[in-house]
Design a protein around this ligand. Structure first.
Ligand SMILES: NC(=O)c1ccc[n+]([C@@H]2O[C@H](COP(=O)([O-])OP(=O)(O)OC[C@H]3O[C@@H](n4cnc5c(N)ncnc54)[C@H](OP(=O)(O)O)[C@@H]3O)[C@@H](O)[C@H]2O)c1
Length: 325
């Protein structure tokens, strides 16, 4: 496993982190814990969770899994979004639905239409403190490495009590450091208002090259680490790029010339992950990897990707030729 010297935590961590958003919701506890174990055994030591993940079950499941391993891993949890409400009929049907999705992953996009939306909270200093204490109890630990404000609004990060509570959370030892996980402009505004913010967590792919956009706008003299997500999933980068490669010969040739001589979907997945790693070389790339074949493919890219400058050059040319919408 490639490791990076992640300055925001003053320690080495795995370049790939495990995203726990589906732990206990799409993915049942047994399959979820097995996936965490496979990733941990392969050297993944960054776990990203939130009170809202897994319909509210992910933190407790991760806490169970981490018993006896806490010192070997970095954990990020969040504050600001509550779990979506699962109706009684849905909770009864859930084990069947989880089994069907594990068998037929394509069903997932239809099932999510029946989920109620996650509930954003108006952040206050008091809420942040009580939320992190609840998270620590569920995670069965006395600190998290990172506490991230979860999709905050601009008004949230401009509140004095919110900014003061971030200092308190660190001084009380609940969190080693603070992140903003969400919109790029809100994260940049928050970083300008508080030197506590040492990590920005955001989507990053050739369609939304947020790390490249953020770097020139960071407050000067404030070191910042990046944790990125949405490599394949959100906004459908994988589907978009795979159909482009399948349908447009010039784009396929561009990727083949860079060494991506694979079937369209596999070439797209390889390129998207290579881009995420190349554009965030000192940070962490979060991935959802519950299926064993995804874990082995994704970790395999660490060893087989072309040089970062080649990957970034191809991404620039793909976007310049409007491969991605
Ligand atoms: N606001 C925030 O802070 C925020 C927002 C979004 C996400 N996140 C974090 O990031 C994590 C990852 O979420 P994401 O949306 O970025 O997901 P993602 O890693 O892009 O994964 C999306 C889907 O792609 C699949 N996949 C993984 N490797 C693949 C491969 N090689 N080929 C084809 N498909 C592959 C995954 O399948 P399986 O999982 O079934 O294997 C998953 O269903 C979340 O769990 C969460 O921790 C944070």
């Amino acid at each position: 496993m490639r490791r990076v010297n992640f300055a925001a935590l003053s320690r080495n961590v795995s370049a790939i982190g495990f995203g726990c958003a589906s732990l206990g919701s799409r993915v049942d506890a047994r399959r979820g814990i097995a996936a965490l174990a496979r990733a941990y055994d392969a050297g993944v030591c960054w776990f990203d969770v939130a009170p809202s993940y897994g319909d509210g079950h992910a933190e407790a499941l991760l806490g169970d899994f981490l018993e006896g391993k806490r010192q070997q891993v970095a954990v990020c949890t969040k504050v600001g979004i509550l779990p979506s409400r699962v109706s009684f009929p849905m909770s009864i049907a859930k084990p069947v639905v989880q089994g069907l999705i594990a068998w037929l992953p394509g069903l997932r996009k239809h099932v999510v239409k029946f989920r109620s939306p996650a509930r954003a909270v108006d952040l206050t200093g008091a809420f942040i403190e009580s939320s992190v204490v609840d998270s620590l109890r569920r995670l069965r630990t006395d600190f998290v490495d990172v506490l991230a404000l979860h999709e905050p609004r601009l008004a949230d990060v401009q509140r004095d009590d919110v900014l003061r509570s971030l200092d308190k959370v660190v001084s009380k030892g609940y969190a080693r450091t603070i992140a903003v996980a969400g919109d790029l402009n809100v994260a940049l505004a928050a970083a300008t208002m508080s030197q506590r913010i040492r990590i920005i967590q955001l989507a990053n792919n050739p369609i939304r090259p947020n790390v490249a956009l953020a770097k020139p706008q960071l407050p000067s003299g404030q070191p910042m680490g990046f944790v990125t997500h949405s490599v394949f999933g959100q906004n459908g980068s994988l589907d978009t790029l795979a159909s482009m490669i399948a349908e447009e010969a010039d784009k396929r040739s561009l990727l083949e010339a860079a060494g991506y001589c694979l079937a369209p979907r596999e070439a797209a997945a390889a390129f998207l992950l290579d881009y995420a790693l190349a554009s965030n070389p000192d940070g962490v790339v979060l991935l959802s990897m519950y299926q064993p074949q995804h874990l082995s493919f994704d970790l395999g890219r660490l060893a087989s990707s072309p040089p970062p400058d080649v990957v970034l050059d191809v991404a620039g040319r793909l976007v310049a030729t409007q491969v991605c919408p």
